[in-house]
Write a protein that binds this ligand. Structure first.
Ligand code: IPM
Ligand code: MN
Length: 381
């Protein structure tokens, strides 16, 4: 009798809000089909209800017990969060960022890859020109939620801000009467080091020859000079990899002008958020851009980076490819390269053919038709 070793994974699924449930349904469908075809991999999907509906009904964002339960999973597969019925930031902070922080998912990995057959908004650029990774730090910087509106702050904070206005600025602000707000960014040597090291390791693993560090060290001198110091010291361990610094404003320009220059880009959290939306556009749009919130030693979470797109919700029109590719990244992270490759090959084929595509790519197919087509390619392999 032939013994086949079956690896069983428990994947938490959080469909979430807006188009989240529609795209995640296709993602799960594709992952099931790919695992089946690859053989030896069994995925158990466990669905969790968190998101706007649950919040509006119960007042609960994500309870402690759920976080505990999630920590026993192999990974989290997330649709999207955000809903116009809930004040902006509540679900994003209370669920999405909460999960990123709780599981210390310190890497936000966002591949920027233009697949053949996908229209690119950059004149004269094709798939060979747009193929790099953005490694976004995912727990520090301006995402630490330190700050406040001046009213009701401690005397020490007010005094500090008052001295700033008195010593430096021409604007006559009375911090006791005039409203002010401020927010702090924090970078730690340890926090920068682990994500920068991840970027260099990724470069090695993927055969990339250059790592670009993005910052704004010319203005935000405190946080980003530390970032630069750490980058330089980590780089010394990778002598075969070329390095460079770039300011974030310049990077937005160069992504458009010379995307082919970039191989691995490592960036603090906030700038990473901004430049990966730009990255998504040059790879054909948000409908194609996946992301992984990775803790290499813990529970990681994979999601399309497009968000909940409430105006398209419930219409079965959203492009599920970003979510499907997020699933592919998840399998790769779990060490199931073969399943991941099957998924990517099927997506590549569907995109190249261009027959079944959603409205954002100029087609008229529905979300589920695209998912079905990817499944068909997988099964026909
Ligand atoms: C992203 C999103 C989130 C972020 C929001 C929804 C909190 O824009 O994943 O890029 O800023 O990280
Ligand atoms: Mn974003």
């Amino acid at each position: 009798m032939v013994q086949v070793k079956v690896l069983k994974y428990k994947i938490a699924v959080i469909p979430g809000d807006g188009v989240g449930p529609e795209v995640i349904r296709e993602g799960v469908k594709v992952l099931r089909a790919a695992a089946e075809v690859a053989g030896g991999v069994d995925i158990d999907f466990v669905e969790f209800p968190y998101g706007a509906e649950h919040y509006l009904r119960t007042g609960e964002l994500i309870p402690e017990e759920a976080l505990k339960e999630l920590s026993r999973m192999d990974a989290i597969y997330l649709g999207a969060l955000g809903d116009p019925r809930v004040p902006t930031g509540v679900l994003e902070q209370g669920i999405l960022l909460r999960l990123r922080f709780y599981f210390d998912q310190y890497v936000n990995l966002r591949p920027v890859r233009l697949y053949p057959g996908v229209p690119c908004p950059l004149a004269g650029k094709g798939p060979e020109d747009v193929d790099f990774f953005v490694v976004r730090e995912n727990t520090e910087d301006f995402y630490v939620a330190l700050g406040g509106r001046a009213k009701g702050r401690s005397k020490a904070e007010l005094d500090l801000i008052r001295s700033l206005y008195e010593a430096k600025f021409k604007l006559d602000v009375d911090v006791d009467r005039d409203e002010i707000a401020y927010q702090l960014g924090v970078i730690s040597r340890k926090g920068a080091e682990r994500v920068i090291r991840y970027a260099f390791e990724l470069a090695r693993r993927k055969g990339k020859k250059r790592v670009t560090s993005v910052d704004k060290a010319n203005v935000l001198t405190h946080v980003y000079s530390l970032w630069r110091d750490v980058f330089e010291s980590v780089a010394r361990d990778y002598p075969e990899i070329e390095t460079e610094f770039a300011f974030v404003d310049a990077v937005t320009m160069w992504f458009v002008k010379n995307p082919e220059w970039y191989q691995v880009v490592v960036t603090p959290n906030m700038f990473g958020d901004i430049i990966t939306d730009l990255g998504a556009m040059i790879q054909g749009g948000l409908g194609l851009a996946p992301g992984g919130n990775i803790n290499p030693e813990g529970v990681s979470m994979f999601e399309p980076i497009h968000g909940s797109a409430p105006k398209h919700a419930g219409k079965n029109v959203a492009n599920p490819i970003a979510t499907i590719l997020a699933g592919q990244m998840m399998l790769e992270e779990l060490g199931e390269q073969k399943v991941a490759d099957i998924i990517e090959a099927a997506v590549v084929e569907v995109l190249r053919e261009g027959r079944v595509r959603t409205y954002d790519l100029g087609g008229r197919s529905s979300t589920s038709e695209v998912g079905d087509e990817v499944v068909r390619k997988i099964e026909n392999k």
